[in-house]
Design a binder for this molecule. Structure first.
Ligand code: GDP
Length: 321
């Protein structure tokens, strides 16, 4: 039986990856940071099938202990401070988790067992102010937030441990991936949640920032399969994972309101460009996942429209409870 350790086990991606690995017959371990409040909602349904260990990307000893205890074949580093907006308020902490945290984990692997295969969650935010469209593995980075900058470091240190120590370390440059389990601070879930509440007359308005930014949004449940596929190859490498199409916040809104039968949503939405303005924006992300498709045989199963509908329907169920 193969064993996997996932950092950030309470997060969106980790919950889908854990489900996926369980179906593949893995024994799954996950790390969380100690906190006075428990936040296990996303993994409640599988909690009796996985083992939770304490591990903090700020504390290398805790990572080594988690590796010694779980003896994994594969480690998936999905823990991070991952909200772009917050990274301007907490740039140093974002760097500690999202950048140096990767080195701490790689160091723990190198010293405990360098044969462990490693997956790093890299991000389309590394492309930021894009230098070519669509973005692929060779596109030059120009991150636009402390989060993006930290992810670039994480990406390069992963490559460096592969090249320096021969560690089987891969990095998935994943474009935005969403789901009903996305945090409410992200625009997709903020919209699906508000649209469900508006249709149930539990909320009157939805306040957003700019509606023009475009993202290449896919379904998180589809993307975790690519993470696993990367670690099953003969050679460690880096891959872009994306849908290859992008949509504006406005299009997301349109489809979300259509799901509840509202075609003119103008009276429900207030777009306040300054309230959510970021010091620097990433306006036009779109990924080219040809390499992942060709080498890994990966293909997304859920369309953009299906994703939006899935999120709104799930929030309707949640809000009717
Ligand atoms: P990101 O791609 O990781 O930054 O994901 P977000 O969901 O936080 O933001 C996606 C885009 O939606 C960004 O360009 C935001 O500026 C834009 N946006 C517009 N209104 C909002 C809002 O109310 N909240 C958030 N989070 N983003 C918004």
């Amino acid at each position: 039986m193969k064993k996997a350790l996932i950092t950030g086990i309470t997060g969106q991606d980790a919950s889908y990856l854990a489900e996926f690995l369980l179906t593949k017959g893995y024994k799954v371990f996950g790390t969380t940071r100690r906190s006075s409040t428990v936040n296990n909602e996303r993994i409640e349904h599988i909690q009796d099938k996985i083992t939770i260990l304490q591990g903090d990307l700020l504390d290398q000893g805790s990572l080594s202990s988690a590796l010694l205890e779980s003896e994994p074949d594969e480690v998936y580093n999905l823990a991070a401070q991952s909200f772009v907006q917050t990274s301007w308020n907490q740039p140093v902490l974002t760097g500690e988790f999202t950048a140096l945290g990767v080195t701490r984990l790689l160091e723990a692997i190198r010293t405990v067992n360098p044969k462990i295969k490693f997956y790093q969650a890299s991000s389309s935010e590394m492309f930021g102010k894009v230098t070519e469209t669509p973005q692929k593995e060779t596109t030059r980075f120009h991150p636009r937030s402390p989060y993006g900058v930290a992810k670039v470091y994480g990406h390069y240190i992963t490559m460096n441990y592969r090249e320096s120590f021969g560690i089987f370390a891969c990095s998935g440059m994943m474009f935005n991936h969403e789901s009903p389990r996305r945090g409410l601070e992200f625009v997709t879930r903020k919209i699906s949640h508000a649209v469900a509440r508006i249709s149930l007359k539990k909320q009157e308005h939805l306040e957003l920032g700019a509606l023009e930014p475009k993202r290449d949004w896919g379904f998180a449940g589809d993307y975790v399969e690519a993470m696993w596929l990367m670690l099953q190859q003969e050679k460690a490498d880096d891959y872009v994972v994306a849908m290859g199409e992008n949509h504006s916040v406005r299009e997301f809104l349109d489809l979300a309101f259509k799901t509840v039968g509202i075609s003119d949503w103008s009276k429900y939405v207030v777009s306040n460009k300054t309230s959510h303005m970021r010091p620097a924006e990433v306006d036009y992300l779109i990924g080219d996942a040809s390499k992942a498709k060709k080498v890994l045989g990966w293909k997304p199963k859920t369309s953009f429209k299906e994703l939006v509908e899935m999120m709104v329907k799930a929030d309707l169920v949640l809000e009717k409870k």
